[in-house]
Write a protein that binds this ligand. Structure first.
Ligand SMILES: Nc1ncnc2c1ncn2[C@@H]1O[C@H](COP(=O)(O)OP(=O)(O)O)[C@@H](O)[C@H]1O
Ligand SMILES: [Mg+2]
Length: 335
């Protein structure tokens, strides 16, 4: 349903040097050659720290980020350039749940208008009230919400409205960017349950984008771990949780077990900036296992077993459970 091949997205670097030196426009590679695929009816979790390029990837799928190299294909359609009309078909077939639903919902529109807007945008005639009720019903909100405005919704209700809106045109693919961020744990669980039961009912494929590895465990078939715009590990969810092979994935998992978000505690050191990517393996500045080889030569994504792939010179092929080894400590970044 979704096929991404060697995708590169570059933006102009907004740094001081660029602004002061005309003609010296440097570009940063936000996505540096990403390949992913989501089969029909399946769910892929894309996990990475803030700034790793997750939202950019979601935007690139619907043609909202400049594709420098590689390709994006949704349901067999592959637009050739930014002006290609097949992007419109892709946008119709792809339901987007944005990172910040409150910001994505126009405060002046009622729920009825918000969730039926995709029909209007696409020039489709519908019985608005009836269609809005049907969509609200799908996300288990009563019809009395139809006349409410975004500020009258709780965080969880706003997410449900965002889901209803994403479902409006009966998409084949849903991209959910941080769908549970900022919600209480119990509300997070309810929302994830809603997403899984909708998938069972309607059969869509999901790309779930998140910085929170924990929420992907029970709702994804496969996961892909991204670092600085590259996939460093990917595989069936159970397999990666049981036997994470990349030191970065291991660190994220141990952060999870301590109810921390990635980047705090266990993951020491700052994420290098995209404008100054480290040489060799880009994770070596934070990796406890880094060797001379890692500092000089970039690893490539290789299969460990079947569908489980890792990009690391010293993958943890037989990692012991964290209970036995304690948590791994990542080194400070050297500036
Ligand atoms: N339109 C843009 N112009 C320039 N830089 C951008 C743009 N969009 C994203 N970026 C940069 O790309 C990087 C990744 O951003 P993003 O995809 O939002 O990461 P994530 O969603 O993983 O937090 C950031 O460094 C961000 O500043
Ligand atoms: Mg984001």
């Amino acid at each position: 349903m979704l096929e991404i091949n060697d995708l590169v997205v570059r933006y102009k670097h907004g740094g001081l040097l660029n602004r002061l030196t005309p003609g010296a426009v440097r570009q940063v590679e936000v996505l540096a050659g990403v390949s992913l695929h989501v089969p029909p009816g399946k769910t892929l979790g894309l996990i990475g720290e803030s700034g790793s390029g997750k939202t950019t990837l979601g935007r690139a799928v619907i043609g909202l980020a400049p594709i420098g190299r590689g390709s994006v294909q949704v349901n067999g359609r592959q637009p050739n350039d930014a002006s290609d009309l097949s992007w419109r078909a892709i946008r119709r077939e792809t339901g987007l749940i944005f990172q910040d639903p409150m910001a994505a919902l126009d405060p002046r529109m009622t729920v009825e208008h918000l969730i039926t807007e995709p029909f209007v945008v696409n020039g489709r005639e519908i019985k608005r009230r009836a269609e809005a009720s049907r969509l609200l019903d799908l996300v288990s909100l009563p019809s009395l919400f139809l006349d409410r405005y975004p500020h009258q919704l709780s965080g969880g209700q706003a997410r449900r409205v965002a889901v209803a809106r994403a479902l409006a045109l009966r998409p084949k693919l849903i991209i959910a960017d941080e769908p549970t961020a900022g919600l209480d744990l119990s509300v997070q669980g309810e929302l994830l349950n809603l997403l899984t039961s909708l998938q069972r009912e309607l059969g869509m494929s999901y790309l779930i984008i998140t910085h929170n590895l924990a929420i992907t465990r029970h709702v994804t078939d496969r996961i892909a771990i991204m670092y600085l715009g590259r996939i460093v590990e990917t595989g069936p969810t159970d397999r990666v949780f049981r036997a994470p092979a990349h030191p970065y994935t291991q660190a994220l998992l141990s952060a999870k077990s301590q109810h921390q978000s990635p980047g705090s505690g266990v993951l020491r050191g700052d994420v290098p900036t995209l404008a100054h990517r480290p040489a060799g393996c880009e994770f070596h500045t934070r990796c406890p296992l880094a060797s001379e080889l890692c500092r000089q030569t970039a690893p490539t994504l290789l299969s460990i077993t079947g569908e489980h792939q890792v990009s690391c010179h010293t993958p943890l092929i037989n990692p012991r459970p964290f209970g036995q080894t304690g948590r791994i400590e990542l080194k400070e970044t050297h500036p």
